[in-house]
Design a protein around this ligand. Structure first.
Ligand SMILES: NC(=O)c1ccc[n+]([C@@H]2O[C@H](COP(=O)([O-])OP(=O)(O)OC[C@H]3O[C@@H](n4cnc5c(N)ncnc54)[C@H](O)[C@@H]3O)[C@@H](O)[C@H]2O)c1
Length: 334
């Protein structure tokens, strides 16, 4: 698969381009960035052509797929440009800043019979796959309650697009919350039906929220709670994903991350009768470790294999659109 990249700094350079070129079935052909210095630096680093304009790049070189990692407000237009040139697109999360554009975008790819996938890489983490499998195998019974915490330290930075509503579409919810929503729906194989949120900009002076709590109920009746923050120091933050059911729990620590690290603890502790004494002897959990693979390599491989199979698959793109519907509701109704 021959690849071009739009938005060649940031996550593209740090994670995804290395993942693309690691797979010997891929070739990186060209990169584009509107910042000329970034385009040149990334192009030279990987020994490929570099451009400042996406159409110029797509006219000049031949490729099968385009990876897009630009500010959220560029996602719709740049994906549509790639589609106009007949390309499959791997687009960074979130799809677009609102659900209407997200739906239009995914539908346009379906209509043109081109693949579009969104960069929600956390569902490729072996421990998240394990959590899904444990639930499916009734290893914690019927899931009742889930909790997630995902944070990063993100102070005021002049001109940073994520801190400007018109460029990023929102703050901690749009940037971190979307990962949590997508992941929990994947693990539970369920959809969020009702959602409420409190959010604020408490610590920093930018216009988007620097912290939020989201509470929800899924169609299957699971109650959930998500915390996302830009204002908790990285060392003080606990990346957590906890699922509680009628027969036990799954607790993931450190798995909401860009690396396939962390631990999953699973406790199977079914209980018979009501015990008035409420003696809680803590059971012994089974511990599973992150397999330290590369989430970005896994997601790019999955995308390439889908395209090569000739059977295009929009299941996760549709789910990613549904995530934006939830985010719209949070921003519009709370
Ligand atoms: N899945 C993940 O792990 C993950 C992690 C970080 C970011 N992201 C997503 O990736 C996207 C980019 O985020 P980032 O952190 O890399 O941002 P960034 O600001 O670090 O990098 C964005 C790059 O895009 C370039 N750019 C800006 N406007 C452009 C335009 N109109 N055309 C071409 N290039 C343009 C910038 O010069 C910069 O090099 C966002 O959608 C973000 O949510 C995903």
């Amino acid at each position: 698969m021959k690849w071009c990249v739009i938005g060649a700094g940031g996550i593209a350079d740090r994670r995804t381009i290395p993942a693309i070129i690691k797979d010997e079935k891929n070739t990186l052909v060209a990169v584009m960035d509107k910042n000329g210095d970034v385009a040149k630096a990334t192009g030279e680093k990987y020994g490929v052509a570099y451009f400042n304009d996406e159409e110029e790049m797509l006219k000049a070189v031949s490729c099968d797929a385009v990876y897009i990692a630009t500010p959220v407000m560029c996602h719709y237009e740049q994906s549509m440009i790639a589609l106009k040139y007949g390309k499959h697109v791997f687009l960074e999360k979130p799809v677009c800043a609102n659900a209407i554009d997200s739906r239009k975008l995914v539908d346009a790819f379906k209509k043109a019979n081109k693949q579009i996938n969104i960069g929600y890489m956390m569902k490729f983490h072996n421990l998240h796959v394990k959590a899904k499998e444990l639930i499916k195998n009734d290893e914690i019974g019927e899931v009742n309650t889930v909790r997630l915490q995902f944070t990063c330290w993100y102070p005021d930075i002049k001109g940073a697009w994520r801190q400007i509503k018109a460029l990023g579409g929102g703050g901690a919810i749009m940037d971190l919350g979307v990962h949590c929503i997508e992941l929990i729906e994947y693990i539970l194989d369920d959809e969020i039906e009702s959602v409420k949120s409190f959010y604020s900009t408490k610590t920093f002076s930018y216009e988007v929220e620097d912290g939020a709590i989201i509470i929800f109920r899924t169609k299957g009746g699971v109650l959930g709670h998500i915390d996302v923050n830009f204002n908790i120091p990285d060392d003080a933050s606990e990346s957590k994903l906890e699922l509680y059911g009628t027969k036990g729990y799954i607790q993931c620590n450190g798995t909401l991350a860009q690396e396939e690290v962390g631990k999953l603890s699973h406790l199977y502790a079914p209980q018979g009768d009501y015990s008035a004494a409420q003696n809680r002897t803590s059971g012994i959990a089974t511990i599973y470790e992150g397999e330290k693979g590369n989430l970005y390599e896994k997601q790019i491989k999955s995308f390439r294999e889908t395209v090569e199979s000739g059977v295009l698959d929009y299941y996760y793109a549709d789910r990613a659109v549904q995530v934006q519907e939830i985010v719209d509701r949070i921003y519009n109704e709370n």
